[in-house]
Design a protein around this ligand. Structure first.
Ligand SMILES: NC(=O)c1ccc[n+]([C@@H]2O[C@H](COP(=O)([O-])OP(=O)(O)OC[C@H]3O[C@@H](n4cnc5c(N)ncnc54)[C@H](OP(=O)(O)O)[C@@H]3O)[C@@H](O)[C@H]2O)c1
Length: 262
């Protein structure tokens, strides 16, 4: 994104999270006036809760766009979106940018179903919207494979991932926020598709551990959907930062092992 000065006001929900904070870091140098929503009082944030609706009307008032990175891992993803959409309707109908996950309509996980339902809420809202699906973040993939690397033999599922860096996804979301609504945008994926074995090897090497990695076939329809590549987008490899680059320069992005978010 060109570092030109822009005259727009943007609310970033989830702006304290790993992706949202990277979006804020992209938008501020571009000259946008950025509001960060958080449930907790902190310097430089607008306080509000998308579950209860407290503080949301004033957070949304007067903004040109909302980048919606806030999320709920316990079944209330759609509820957060409904609150946001209602507040946006009563405000100046800002452009709503929602980040979703590649394959939410193919992988039968509860969290993915909730994300898919939420996509439909934005698409049916009558408000200007952009839905950007992305593949799994590097931090999530590392967290999934790092736990196992403490064992002498590392069992990994016989599936592949296309991990993407939050900074690359943030760049795309910032571009959307400053651009016209795109509806359902083309998927955004990481630069490489690697097997869990290759990724676990990279995690082990970065930690200075050399363990035997054993790929396992995992039963169940969710893993079948992963094995079939339902979460991959081979034709969209726009992310630039590779998994090994990420591991080599690893700084703390605050990544956590999110329940349901795999
Ligand atoms: N992880 C992945 O691999 C991946 C891949 C593709 C897409 N995504 C999507 O990317 C998005 C961001 O993920 P992330 O990993 O950056 O999330 P995260 O680090 O867990 O951050 C979650 C954010 O949600 C906010 N939040 C939660 N409940 C809220 C509520 N009731 N009201 C207002 N804010 C609330 C939190 O803000 P406070 O705690 O400050 O209130 C926090 O900033 C999610 O939609 C996720 O589905 C993730």
């Amino acid at each position: 994104m060109a570092p030109e000065v822009v005259d727009v006001r943007i609310l970033v929900t989830g702006g304290t999270g790993q992706l949202g904070s990277a979006v804020v870091a992209r938008l501020r140098p571009a000259g946008a006036e950025v509001r960060v929503l958080s449930r907790r009082a902190a310097p430089d944030v607008v306080r509000g809760d998308l579950r209860t609706g407290r503080g949301i009307d004033s957070a949304v008032a007067g903004v040109d766009a909302v980048v919606h990175c806030a999320t709920d891992y316990f079944g209330r993803e759609a509820q957060l979106a409904r609150t946001l959409i209602e507040a946006a309707r009563w405000a100046s109908a800002p452009h709503l940018v929602y980040v979703s996950i590649v394959g939410v309509d193919r992988v039968p996980l509860g969290y993915y179903r909730a994300k898919h339902e939420t996509e439909e809420l934005f698409a049916g809202s009558g408000l200007p919207y952009t839905i950007q699906r992305a593949t799994q973040f590097h931090g999530l993939v590392r967290a999934l494979l790092a736990g196992a690397s403490r064992l002498p033999v590392v069992p990994v599922p016989r599936i592949s991932f296309q991990p993407v860096d939050v900074r690359d996804v943030a760049r795309r979301l910032a571009e959307h926020a400053l651009d016209d609504p795109a509806g359902r945008a083309p998927d955004f994926g990481g630069p490489e598709i690697l097997t869990a074995t290759e990724l676990a090897q990279a995690v082990g090497e970065a930690a200075g551990r050399h363990r035997r990695i054993v790929p396992l076939k995992v039963p169940g329809e969710t893993f079948r959907a992963y094995a079939d590549g339902g979460h991959l987008t081979p034709e969209h490899r726009e992310g630039e930062i590779t998994f090994r680059d990420y591991l080599a320069g690893r700084v703390d992005h605050g990544e956590r092992d999110h329940p349901g978010d795999s």
